[in-house]
Design a protein around this ligand. Structure first.
Ligand code: SF4
Length: 330
């Protein structure tokens, strides 16, 4: 496969078609580091269109690394409210503090050093190296993975393992516009090489694509299943007030306000006649039975929240969804 002109084709397409994203604005080097750090944390597990308003608000309220290192827990969580995966917000603040104490306020410029920062793993460190430091790295996110699988028509288990996908990225070669190039390949995945119905006639590399030649775009995934778990949530209600507790028990939504709940066996869940809801969180498919209790109790770290004050509280969307279900059936 001749791939000498691939970078030029891809970058020409990118220059004419890229989305205007707030973290891509023309900004100073220092700002680019900060914008990349914040956007990459937000983009872990969350789509671009969801992140944009959160990013704009965050940068407005917490405009630089120094402010981030000193921000109050309440303020950062309020900025993150509704975005989910709240440990990202806590890690982002810890990372800012560490950059100031250990790296003199500058985002470190090696993968090894970046990985010493809380919340930064292999993918995020590579994305930061490419985007903020213009290093010739193409991070393997879901979009890039899809493009690679389709170009090479990779289907079986051995072909789609991570090591093979990383090797196949050599197809893209290198460009001296490394930051743009990495984003351009991700952008092709996001805008053109979509999971279903890819827009191949707009694709700058369709001539090099085996899936296009075979007219077969079906994708095979590694471990694409969600874990199903069953829970009971106890809804203690006193008129318009509901009992919430600070979550110390579950790894997800740690230290956030939730209804008192526990994990139960599938049989117990199925035999209940009470209202049931489904919420997806991380890679978990939560099936929750809502047990309404018209009595008062005392639980450690708990308090009653009036329905009308929900907006003033930092509540994960998980808890808001349960509130909504409970209100609808009362
Ligand atoms: S030609 Fe189609 S399937 Fe191939 S990479 Fe481009 S958009 Fe994806």
């Amino acid at each position: 496969m001749n791939n000498r002109n691939i970078p030029k084709k891809i970058l020409d397409w990118y220059d004419n078609n890229k989305r205007e994203l707030p973290w891509r604005n023309n900004i100073s080097k220092k700002q680019r580091q900060y914008f990349t750090l914040v956007s990459e944390f937000m983009l872990q597990q969350t789509q671009v269109k969801t992140v944009i308003p959160y990013f704009n608000n965050f940068i407005n309220k917490i405009p630089n690394l120094k402010k981030l290192a000193n921000v109050s827990e309440v303020k950062i969580m309020k900025c993150w409210e509704g975005l989910g995966y709240y440990s990202r917000a806590r890690n982002l603040k810890k990372t800012a503090k560490k950059i100031i104490s250990d790296f003199n306020g500058d985002l470190p410029g090696t993968i090894e050093e970046l990985k010493t920062l809380p919340g930064i793993g292999d993918y995020t460190s590579r994305a930061i190296m490419a985007i903020a430091f213009n290093k010739p790295i193409i991070p393997l996110d879901g979009n890039v993975e899809r493009v690679v699988k389709r170009i090479f028509y990779l289907k079986n288990k051995k072909e789609i393992n991570k090591g093979n996908l990383i090797n196949k990225k050599s197809f893209f070669g290198k460009s001296n516009r490394s930051s743009d190039y990495a984003q351009a390949i991700m952008e092709i995945g996001a805008l053109i090489c979509k999971p279903t119905n890819p827009l191949c006639f707009e694709c700058p590399i369709s001539k090099n694509c085996q899936s296009f030649k075979k007219n077969d775009f079906e994708l095979k995934y590694r471990n694409s299943f969600n874990k199903v778990k069953y829970f009971e949530a106890n809804i203690y209600q006193n008129q318009n007030k509901y009992l919430l507790i600070k979550n110390k028990k579950f790894k997800f939504l740690k230290d956030l306000l939730i209804f008192p709940m526990k994990e139960v066996e599938k049989n117990k869940f199925q035999s209940s006649q009470n209202k049931k809801i489904n919420i997806k969180i991380s890679n978990m498919d939560m099936k929750i039975v809502l047990n309404k209790k018209n009595k008062m109790i005392k639980i450690k770290n708990s308090f009653f929240l009036d329905k009308k004050n929900i907006q003033d509280q930092i509540l994960p969307s998980f808890t808001k969804k349960i509130f909504k279900s409970v209100s609808n059936c009362s």
